[in-house]
Structures are given as structure tokens and as C-alpha cells.
Design a protein around this ligand. Structure first.
Ligand code: SAM
Length: 161
């Protein structure tokens, strides 16, 4: 598979999982969390899927398309190691959906970040909320959710808290 094919499959999986997650949380109240703004593609997609929800975004350094920059009150700017522990007070309510897309090309760094993030994210989530992620966050209590058809196991992850 070419790198282009791989990229297309990854973003298709992202989109399909976010679409499925938005349906699953339709009747649950609560804000949405986006970990990793990047250029704002998935943030923009979440906004279009859930226009009435607040979306809180965690990002080290904003470099997104100008149309895809969250309002200041919803941006937790800085490294997750600095922003995550105080995030509950900013967000103000248990989150119903989280999308975690913070992986890099460094598997060891990804594993370290996931191990730091997962238990803290667990505390920010509502029971029954959905976590969509680019890597397995390894929380045993979270129940696997069936992936949309066409998304192969291991390409993207969906869990119910
Ligand atoms: N979902 C985005 C999109 O659709 O455009 C792409 C996100 S990109 C793959 C990963 C982002 O996570 C980068 O913008 C990076 O700055 C951010 N990130 C990675 N590690 C982080 C950390 N420890 N704290 C805060 N942000 C981090």
C-alpha cells in the first residue's frame, strides 16, 4: 500500500469513527474533547457533526487553518503534561465524546503519552461516553465498540467508558 493509500485509509477511518460516535452520543448531554488540533480537520468535522456542543481542544501549539481555531475559552493551550490535570475545572462537566489524535511517528513517545493521558481522560469522561482514538489507550474498564464497516481492527479505536 502506498503512503497515499495509507493516509486515505487513516483519515477515512477517523471520519467514519467520528460519524459513528456522534450518533452514539446523540442523546447524552455533555461537551466534546479534541486532543490534537493539528490543522483542524477533525475539529471542523466534529463541529459539523455536533453543532450544539462545546468542543474543548487540547493542543501544544496552534497551527490550524484560520477557520478551524477554537474560541479561547475552549482552547487548552500547552503541553498535555501541563494542561490535563487542571482541565476538569475549565470544562465544567463530564465529556460525552473524546477524540484523541496525538500520535507521532515515535512509538515509545506515543506509549508514554497514552499512559499519561488515559487515566486523566477517564476522570473527564461521562459514564457511557465514547472515546475515539488513534491508539489503544489501554483502560481495561472501557468497553470496545464495534468499528464502522470498512475500518479494520487496529487502524482506529472506539471505546465506551
Ligand atoms: N486531528 C488533527 C487534524 O485532523 O488536523 C491532527 C492532529 S496531529 C496528528 C497531532 C497534534 O497533537 C499536533 O498538532 C501536536 O501539536 C499535538 N500534540 C502532540 N503531543 C502533544 C502534547 N503532549 N500536548 C499537546 N498537544 C500535543
Amino acid at each position: 500500500m502506498s503512503r497515499l493509500d495509507s493516509f486515505i485509509r487513516r483519515v477515512t477511518a477517523q471520519r467514519d469513527c467520528l460519524n459513528a460516535a456522534a450518533v452514539l452520543v446523540r442523546d447524552l448531554p455533555g461537551p466534546v474533547l479534541e486532543f490534537g488540533l493539528g490543522n483542524g480537520r477533525t475539529y471542523d468535522h466534529l463541529r459539523s457533526l455536533l453543532p450544539d456542543r462545546q468542543i474543548f481542544v487540547f493542543e501544544r501549539q496552534v497551527a490550524a487553518h484560520p477557520d478551524c481555531i477554537p474560541p479561547d475559552e475552549c482552547l487548552l493551550l500547552g503541553d498535555l503534561h501541563e494542561t490535563l490535570d487542571g482541565a476538569g475545572a475549565v470544562i465544567g462537566a463530564p465529556a460525552v465524546l473524546a477524540h484523541v489524535d496525538i500520535g507521532s511517528g515515535d512509538p515509545a513517545a506515543n506509549a508514554e503519552l497514552a499512559a499519561f493521558l488515559a487515566p486523566r481522560l477517564h476522570k473527564l469522561m461521562s459514564t457511557g461516553g465514547i472515546v475515539v482514538s488513534d491508539q489503544d489507550l489501554g483502560i481495561a474498564e472501557w468497553e470496545p465498540v464495534a468499528l464502522p464497516s470498512g475500518v479494520r481492527q487496529g487502524r482506529y479505536f472506539m471505546r465506551r467508558v
